[in-house]
Design a protein around this ligand. Structure first.
Ligand code: ZN
Length: 82
């Protein structure tokens, strides 16, 4: 029983692999596109979580060094004409 391969799809890529044959160009392109999109999604999520961690760290420093923070904040505001 040999199922038809839907070429140019992710499923097609795995079907080739199950048959122990090297995927055709279209199927390889499909899996590359999928991997690329997956990495981009993951990267975006990671960047967002990194930004959240950075902000949490800043807040903690500010709370632990409130007076110093205020001093720096006021100086920078003055420097920026605010
Ligand atoms: Zn194929």
């Amino acid at each position: 029983m040999t199922a038809e391969i839907k070429h140019g799809t992710r499923g097609g890529y795995y079907a080739h692999r199950r048959r122990r044959e090297s995927p055709c160009t279209e199927c390889r392109a499909a899996i590359n596109e999928y991997v690329k999109e997956y990495r981009e999604r993951k990267g975006t999520t990671r960047n967002r979580r990194m930004e959240t961690a950075r902000r949490a760290a800043m807040n903690e420093v500010r709370d632990n060094h409130r007076a110093e923070y205020e001093e720096i904040y006021q100086r920078i505001k003055t420097e920026h004409g605010l």
